[in-house]
Design a protein around this ligand. Structure first.
Ligand SMILES: O=C(O)C1=C[C@@H](O)[C@H](O)C=C1
Ligand SMILES: CC(=O)C(=O)O
Length: 338
């Protein structure tokens, strides 16, 4: 039997995940003919995760209408095995696992977040796909206070940190993530993990690692890496106008957008990747499947103008009008570098 060559991340080269951000009706057509590991609808109402056409599907309230609604599809060349476990939907293909869950709208999120994360992270390990490399979290009313006067984002971070501690994640195992506002629906989350891949967590020398943020940002620090290298790609976390641990250019949309892009370019650049033992380098023009989160709808044209000059014209880019995890941040950007 010939041994399929492994990529440098230890993944059998017969496995590769594809992703795309498409209009929902296009997603329906793709899902009808391809093996879908997971589908996430950025749409006008949140819903609990379900199994739809033998795949996990999660609806996030992230769009104001049909015009800004889209679906994110993760597809694989292999058959998938899907299921539900204690409210978490999942599917795996032998190398990659997608899990999705939702935490109901509430006046307190820490305990429910810890429970949901422990369910999902426990499932990931029980199914044998322990290498988590990308997380997405969308938080309704992210900048508003909970019933005790703690901002919902900080409440979420408290529960997440406790779950990571219980599961004994060390700093190098913390994956790239997004933590962004939603237009309602509690907290929706979805993760990508692998069976044999070796994710490499990447930090930005110009930023304090989020998990080292001082307590002024909340009782427990956010848990995410600036990016994660997996399967020959770099998954870039939601990135904003922050250097050190402080927000920069308060009230200045243009400079916040440029600093967010500068942070991404630095994280994926050859010199920073070299510092992380990765012999590759990328530019903003190598970014694809980009989400640009903009706090004020009227700012989207300005942000789009800056981004279009930075990104490849071939890149998939979606602009969302949602809140950002710090109230002084106007824009945040994520993507995948190939
Ligand atoms: O809390 C997070 O996971 C997170 C928040 C933002 O800084 C950005 O979206 C990246 C991750
Ligand atoms: C707040 C934010 O975007 C960060 O911590 O990177």
């Amino acid at each position: 039997m010939t041994q399929t060559p492994l990529s440098e991340n230890g993944i059998d080269q017969g496995y590769a995940l594809s992703t795309t951000l498409v209009d929902p009706d296009v997603a329906d057509m793709i899902a009808a003919r391809e093996n879908v590991l997971g589908r996430v609808d950025y749409t006008t109402a949140a819903a609990d995760p379900i199994l739809s056409a033998r795949s996990p599907r999660l609806a996030l309230h992230m769009a104001h209408g049909k015009a800004d609604s889209f679906s994110e599809l993760w597809t694989t060349p292999h058959d998938v095995t899907a299921g539900m476990h204690d409210g978490v939907a999942y599917a795996h293909d032998g190398e990659f696992l997608f899990v999705a869950g939702r935490i109901a709208e509430s006046g307190h999120y820490a305990t429910a977040t810890e429970k949901a994360y422990l369910t999902a992270l426990g499932l990931i390990r029980d199914l044998g796909y322990p290498n988590c490399y990308r997380m997405w979290n969308v938080v309704g009313a992210i900048n508003e206070d909970n019933a005790e006067g703690l901002e919902n984002y900080r409440d979420f971070c408290l529960g997440r940190a406790d779950a990571f501690a219980t599961m004994r994640f060390n700093e190098t195992e913390i994956p790239a993530a997004t933590g962004i506002g939603a237009l309602g629906g509690g907290i929706g989350f979805y993760f990508l993990t692998s069976r044999s891949g070796s994710p490499i967590a990447i930090e930005n020398p110009q930023q304090v690692s989020a998990y080292h943020y001082p307590q002024r940002y909340g009782p427990k620090a956010p848990k995410f890496a600036r990016a994660t290298r997996m399967g020959g790609r770099v998954y870039v976390s939601g990135t904003a106008s922050i250097t050190g641990h402080e927000s920069r250019h308060e009230g200045d949309l243009v400079r916040q957008t440029h600093l967010s892009l500068e942070n991404i370019a630095r994280v994926i650049g050859a010199s920073n990747l070299w510092e992380h033992g990765i012999g590759d380098g990328y530019f903003l023009a190598n970014l694809d499947h980009i989400k640009v989160y903009v706090r004020h709808a009227e700012d989207i044209p300005v942000v789009r103008g800056i981004c279009e000059r930075a990104f490849s014209p071939a890149a998939e880019v979606r602009y969302l009008n949602v809140d950002v995890c710090r109230s002084d941040l106007l824009v945040e950007i994520e993507g995948i570098a190939y």
